[in-house]
Ligand binder design. Structure first.
Ligand code: PEP
Ligand code: MG
Length: 313
Protein backbone atom coordinates (compact mmCIF):
# COMPACT_ATOMS: atom_id res chain seq x y z
CA UNK A 1 0.00 0.00 0.00
CA UNK A 2 2.72 2.44 1.02
CA UNK A 3 4.87 1.38 -1.95
CA UNK A 4 1.94 2.10 -4.29
CA UNK A 5 1.52 5.60 -2.89
CA UNK A 6 5.23 6.29 -3.34
CA UNK A 7 5.18 5.00 -6.91
CA UNK A 8 2.08 7.04 -7.72
CA UNK A 9 3.44 10.25 -6.19
CA UNK A 10 4.51 13.06 -8.51
CA UNK A 11 5.96 16.37 -7.34
CA UNK A 12 6.09 19.12 -6.40
CA UNK A 13 5.61 18.30 -2.73
CA UNK A 14 2.68 19.65 -0.71
CA UNK A 15 1.15 18.72 2.59
CA UNK A 16 -2.45 17.45 2.45
CA UNK A 17 -3.64 21.03 2.98
CA UNK A 18 -1.49 22.48 0.23
CA UNK A 19 1.60 23.82 2.02
CA UNK A 20 4.45 23.66 -0.48
CA UNK A 21 7.79 22.15 0.53
CA UNK A 22 10.76 22.39 -1.79
CA UNK A 23 12.34 18.94 -2.18
CA UNK A 24 15.88 19.08 -3.52
CA UNK A 25 18.59 16.56 -4.37
CA UNK A 26 22.04 15.94 -2.89
CA UNK A 27 24.46 15.29 -5.76
CA UNK A 28 28.18 14.86 -6.26
CA UNK A 29 28.71 15.15 -10.04
CA UNK A 30 27.08 15.65 -13.41
CA UNK A 31 25.90 12.06 -13.70
CA UNK A 32 24.13 12.15 -10.34
CA UNK A 33 22.64 15.52 -11.28
CA UNK A 34 21.17 14.07 -14.48
CA UNK A 35 19.62 11.21 -12.52
CA UNK A 36 18.26 13.68 -9.98
CA UNK A 37 16.82 15.89 -12.72
CA UNK A 38 14.70 12.93 -13.84
CA UNK A 39 12.99 12.81 -10.43
CA UNK A 40 10.63 15.33 -8.84
CA UNK A 41 13.60 17.26 -7.37
CA UNK A 42 13.00 20.99 -7.80
CA UNK A 43 16.72 21.64 -7.83
CA UNK A 44 19.89 20.74 -5.96
CA UNK A 45 20.12 21.52 -2.24
CA UNK A 46 23.64 20.19 -1.78
CA UNK A 47 26.29 19.75 -4.46
CA UNK A 48 29.23 18.20 -2.57
CA UNK A 49 32.05 19.59 -4.72
CA UNK A 50 34.79 17.90 -2.68
CA UNK A 51 33.60 14.51 -3.97
CA UNK A 52 34.70 15.56 -7.48
CA UNK A 53 38.30 15.74 -6.27
CA UNK A 54 38.87 12.95 -3.75
CA UNK A 55 41.80 11.50 -5.74
CA UNK A 56 43.17 14.79 -7.08
CA UNK A 57 46.70 15.66 -5.93
CA UNK A 58 47.00 19.19 -7.34
CA UNK A 59 44.43 21.95 -7.28
CA UNK A 60 42.56 21.79 -10.62
CA UNK A 61 42.61 24.94 -12.75
CA UNK A 62 39.64 27.31 -12.60
CA UNK A 63 38.57 26.14 -16.07
CA UNK A 64 38.69 22.48 -15.04
CA UNK A 65 36.65 23.21 -11.94
CA UNK A 66 34.16 25.31 -13.91
CA UNK A 67 33.71 22.44 -16.35
CA UNK A 68 32.96 20.03 -13.47
CA UNK A 69 30.48 22.39 -11.76
CA UNK A 70 28.91 23.31 -15.10
CA UNK A 71 27.79 19.73 -15.64
CA UNK A 72 25.69 19.87 -12.49
CA UNK A 73 24.33 23.36 -13.22
CA UNK A 74 23.44 22.37 -16.79
CA UNK A 75 21.31 19.48 -15.55
CA UNK A 76 19.10 21.98 -13.70
CA UNK A 77 18.57 24.81 -16.19
CA UNK A 78 16.60 27.63 -14.58
CA UNK A 79 16.50 25.84 -11.21
CA UNK A 80 18.13 26.43 -7.86
CA UNK A 81 21.48 24.67 -7.39
CA UNK A 82 23.25 25.08 -4.05
CA UNK A 83 26.96 24.58 -4.71
CA UNK A 84 28.86 23.83 -1.55
CA UNK A 85 32.48 24.97 -1.47
CA UNK A 86 35.05 22.25 -0.75
CA UNK A 87 34.30 20.40 2.47
CA UNK A 88 37.71 18.76 2.53
CA UNK A 89 39.25 16.96 5.46
CA UNK A 90 37.96 14.48 8.02
CA UNK A 91 35.89 11.78 6.30
CA UNK A 92 36.39 13.42 2.86
CA UNK A 93 40.11 14.13 2.43
CA UNK A 94 40.94 16.02 -0.76
CA UNK A 95 44.72 15.59 -1.32
CA UNK A 96 45.37 19.20 -2.40
CA UNK A 97 43.30 20.71 0.41
CA UNK A 98 43.77 18.57 3.50
CA UNK A 99 46.41 18.58 6.22
CA UNK A 100 48.02 15.16 6.63
CA UNK A 101 48.18 13.20 9.86
CA UNK A 102 45.96 15.34 11.99
CA UNK A 103 45.39 13.55 15.31
CA UNK A 104 41.67 14.37 15.33
CA UNK A 105 40.58 15.26 11.79
CA UNK A 106 36.86 15.72 12.50
CA UNK A 107 37.86 18.47 14.94
CA UNK A 108 40.66 19.69 12.73
CA UNK A 109 41.30 21.75 9.65
CA UNK A 110 38.30 20.79 7.55
CA UNK A 111 35.64 22.51 5.49
CA UNK A 112 35.98 26.28 5.30
CA UNK A 113 38.97 26.10 7.63
CA UNK A 114 41.10 24.53 4.88
CA UNK A 115 40.15 27.29 2.51
CA UNK A 116 40.86 30.02 5.04
CA UNK A 117 44.37 28.64 5.53
CA UNK A 118 44.86 28.77 1.77
CA UNK A 119 42.72 31.73 0.68
CA UNK A 120 43.62 31.28 -2.98
CA UNK A 121 41.84 27.94 -2.99
CA UNK A 122 38.58 29.55 -1.90
CA UNK A 123 38.84 32.47 -4.32
CA UNK A 124 39.65 30.15 -7.21
CA UNK A 125 36.70 27.94 -6.41
CA UNK A 126 34.35 30.93 -6.26
CA UNK A 127 35.70 32.15 -9.62
CA UNK A 128 35.05 28.69 -11.08
CA UNK A 129 31.49 28.58 -9.71
CA UNK A 130 30.85 32.06 -11.11
CA UNK A 131 32.23 31.03 -14.50
CA UNK A 132 30.04 27.92 -14.57
CA UNK A 133 26.98 29.89 -13.42
CA UNK A 134 27.47 32.48 -16.16
CA UNK A 135 27.80 29.75 -18.78
CA UNK A 136 24.52 28.07 -17.79
CA UNK A 137 21.04 29.17 -16.84
CA UNK A 138 20.90 27.61 -13.39
CA UNK A 139 20.25 29.75 -10.33
CA UNK A 140 23.54 29.10 -8.49
CA UNK A 141 23.63 29.62 -4.72
CA UNK A 142 26.95 29.23 -2.89
CA UNK A 143 27.13 27.61 0.53
CA UNK A 144 30.11 27.18 2.86
CA UNK A 145 30.65 24.17 5.14
CA UNK A 146 31.82 24.06 8.76
CA UNK A 147 31.27 27.74 9.49
CA UNK A 148 31.67 28.19 13.25
CA UNK A 149 32.30 31.91 13.81
CA UNK A 150 30.66 35.16 12.76
CA UNK A 151 33.84 36.60 11.21
CA UNK A 152 34.03 33.53 8.94
CA UNK A 153 30.41 34.04 7.88
CA UNK A 154 31.00 37.73 7.17
CA UNK A 155 34.17 37.04 5.21
CA UNK A 156 32.73 34.32 2.97
CA UNK A 157 29.57 36.32 2.31
CA UNK A 158 31.60 39.31 1.23
CA UNK A 159 33.66 37.19 -1.17
CA UNK A 160 30.61 35.43 -2.62
CA UNK A 161 28.66 38.68 -3.02
CA UNK A 162 31.69 40.21 -4.76
CA UNK A 163 30.98 37.69 -7.52
CA UNK A 164 27.28 38.49 -7.63
CA UNK A 165 26.12 35.19 -6.14
CA UNK A 166 23.83 34.35 -3.25
CA UNK A 167 25.73 33.46 -0.06
CA UNK A 168 24.81 30.86 2.53
CA UNK A 169 26.34 28.74 5.24
CA UNK A 170 25.79 25.29 6.60
CA UNK A 171 24.64 25.06 10.17
CA UNK A 172 26.53 21.99 11.32
CA UNK A 173 28.65 23.24 14.22
CA UNK A 174 26.82 23.91 17.51
CA UNK A 175 28.38 27.39 17.91
CA UNK A 176 26.57 28.49 14.76
CA UNK A 177 23.23 27.04 15.82
CA UNK A 178 23.54 28.68 19.24
CA UNK A 179 24.14 32.16 17.79
CA UNK A 180 21.93 31.64 14.75
CA UNK A 181 20.20 35.03 14.94
CA UNK A 182 23.52 36.83 14.51
CA UNK A 183 24.51 34.52 11.67
CA UNK A 184 21.20 35.19 9.91
CA UNK A 185 22.13 38.87 9.74
CA UNK A 186 25.29 37.96 7.82
CA UNK A 187 24.02 35.56 5.16
CA UNK A 188 21.26 35.09 2.57
CA UNK A 189 20.29 31.53 3.54
CA UNK A 190 21.31 28.60 5.73
CA UNK A 191 21.08 24.84 5.45
CA UNK A 192 21.38 22.46 8.39
CA UNK A 193 23.81 19.57 7.99
CA UNK A 194 22.32 17.09 10.39
CA UNK A 195 25.12 14.54 9.99
CA UNK A 196 27.79 16.81 11.43
CA UNK A 197 25.47 18.83 13.65
CA UNK A 198 24.47 15.60 15.38
CA UNK A 199 28.08 14.40 15.59
CA UNK A 200 29.21 17.64 17.24
CA UNK A 201 26.20 18.16 19.50
CA UNK A 202 26.35 14.59 20.81
CA UNK A 203 30.18 14.32 20.78
CA UNK A 204 29.81 11.03 18.90
CA UNK A 205 31.65 10.05 15.71
CA UNK A 206 29.21 9.94 12.78
CA UNK A 207 31.06 6.92 11.36
CA UNK A 208 30.91 4.80 14.53
CA UNK A 209 28.40 1.95 14.36
CA UNK A 210 28.67 1.53 18.14
CA UNK A 211 27.45 5.07 18.69
CA UNK A 212 24.43 4.93 16.36
CA UNK A 213 22.04 5.53 19.25
CA UNK A 214 23.82 8.85 19.88
CA UNK A 215 24.19 9.92 16.28
CA UNK A 216 20.51 9.80 15.39
CA UNK A 217 19.03 13.20 14.53
CA UNK A 218 16.03 12.18 16.68
CA UNK A 219 18.10 13.09 19.74
CA UNK A 220 16.01 15.77 21.48
CA UNK A 221 19.00 18.12 21.81
CA UNK A 222 19.53 18.01 18.05
CA UNK A 223 15.81 18.51 17.39
CA UNK A 224 15.72 21.51 19.73
CA UNK A 225 18.66 23.16 17.95
CA UNK A 226 17.08 22.54 14.55
CA UNK A 227 13.82 24.09 15.75
CA UNK A 228 15.75 27.13 16.96
CA UNK A 229 17.38 27.58 13.55
CA UNK A 230 14.07 27.21 11.70
CA UNK A 231 12.44 29.79 13.95
CA UNK A 232 15.27 32.22 13.36
CA UNK A 233 14.86 31.79 9.60
CA UNK A 234 11.17 32.66 9.91
CA UNK A 235 12.01 35.71 12.00
CA UNK A 236 14.57 37.02 9.50
CA UNK A 237 12.54 35.80 6.51
CA UNK A 238 15.51 33.91 5.09
CA UNK A 239 15.42 30.38 3.64
CA UNK A 240 16.30 27.53 5.99
CA UNK A 241 16.83 24.05 4.60
CA UNK A 242 18.01 20.69 5.85
CA UNK A 243 20.53 18.78 3.73
CA UNK A 244 21.76 16.02 6.07
CA UNK A 245 20.45 12.46 6.08
CA UNK A 246 17.63 13.44 8.44
CA UNK A 247 15.75 15.02 5.53
CA UNK A 248 15.45 11.59 3.86
CA UNK A 249 13.51 10.06 6.77
CA UNK A 250 9.83 10.53 5.79
CA UNK A 251 8.61 10.85 9.38
CA UNK A 252 11.36 13.26 10.41
CA UNK A 253 10.86 15.22 7.19
CA UNK A 254 7.27 15.96 8.32
CA UNK A 255 8.56 17.13 11.70
CA UNK A 256 11.13 19.38 10.02
CA UNK A 257 8.40 20.95 7.91
CA UNK A 258 6.44 21.52 11.11
CA UNK A 259 9.45 23.35 12.54
CA UNK A 260 9.29 25.72 9.56
CA UNK A 261 11.99 24.44 7.20
CA UNK A 262 11.48 25.70 3.63
CA UNK A 263 13.40 23.00 1.80
CA UNK A 264 14.64 19.46 2.34
CA UNK A 265 17.54 18.08 0.36
CA UNK A 266 18.29 14.37 0.13
CA UNK A 267 19.62 11.55 -2.03
CA UNK A 268 17.35 11.68 -5.07
CA UNK A 269 16.17 8.11 -4.45
CA UNK A 270 14.46 9.25 -1.25
CA UNK A 271 12.43 12.11 -2.74
CA UNK A 272 9.29 10.18 -3.69
CA UNK A 273 8.98 8.56 -0.24
CA UNK A 274 9.28 11.93 1.48
CA UNK A 275 6.87 13.58 -0.97
CA UNK A 276 4.31 10.80 -0.46
CA UNK A 277 4.59 11.11 3.33
CA UNK A 278 4.05 14.89 3.25
CA UNK A 279 0.95 14.41 1.10
CA UNK A 280 -0.61 12.39 3.96
CA UNK A 281 -0.33 15.03 6.69
CA UNK A 282 -1.48 18.60 7.32
CA UNK A 283 0.85 21.44 8.20
CA UNK A 284 -0.91 21.74 11.55
CA UNK A 285 -0.18 18.08 12.35
CA UNK A 286 3.47 18.63 11.40
CA UNK A 287 3.60 21.65 13.71
CA UNK A 288 2.05 19.68 16.57
CA UNK A 289 4.66 16.94 16.08
CA UNK A 290 7.46 19.54 15.95
CA UNK A 291 6.29 21.01 19.27
CA UNK A 292 6.02 17.59 20.90
CA UNK A 293 9.35 16.03 19.91
CA UNK A 294 11.58 18.66 21.51
CA UNK A 295 10.38 17.71 24.98
CA UNK A 296 10.82 13.96 24.47
CA UNK A 297 12.91 12.04 27.01
CA UNK A 298 15.06 10.34 24.38
CA UNK A 299 15.40 9.70 20.66
CA UNK A 300 13.08 6.71 20.71
CA UNK A 301 10.33 8.60 22.47
CA UNK A 302 10.74 11.51 20.05
CA UNK A 303 10.23 9.17 17.12
CA UNK A 304 7.28 7.37 18.69
CA UNK A 305 5.61 10.66 19.59
CA UNK A 306 5.95 11.94 16.04
CA UNK A 307 4.63 8.67 14.68
CA UNK A 308 1.59 8.77 16.96
CA UNK A 309 0.71 12.30 15.88
CA UNK A 310 1.46 11.95 12.17
CA UNK A 311 0.70 8.29 11.45
CA UNK A 312 3.61 8.21 8.98
CA UNK A 313 6.12 5.39 9.41
C1 PEP B 1 26.02 17.10 7.00
O1 PEP B 1 27.01 17.22 7.72
O2 PEP B 1 24.89 16.78 7.42
C2 PEP B 1 26.12 17.34 5.55
C3 PEP B 1 25.05 17.45 4.79
O3 PEP B 1 27.36 17.40 5.02
P1 PEP B 1 28.29 16.12 4.84
O4 PEP B 1 27.47 14.90 5.13
O5 PEP B 1 28.80 16.19 3.44
O6 PEP B 1 29.35 16.38 5.86
MG1 MG C 1 28.84 18.09 7.04
Amino acid sequence: KRREKIDAWTGPAHTKDGHHVQLLANVQDGEAAKRAAATAAEGVGLFRTELCFLGTQQEPSIDTQAEEYGQVLAAFEGKKVVVRTLDSGSDKPVPFATLKDEPNPSLGVRGIRTQMINPYLFGHQLDAIKQAADATNADAWVMCPMISTLPEAREVTQQIHARGLRAGIMVEVPSTALLIDQFMEEVDFVSIGTNDLTQYVMAADRLSAELASFTTPWQPAVLALMAKVAKSGEHFDKPVGVCGEAAADPLLACVLVGMGMNSLSMASGAIAAVGAALAEVTLEECQAAARAVVSAFDAEQARNTAKAILGVS
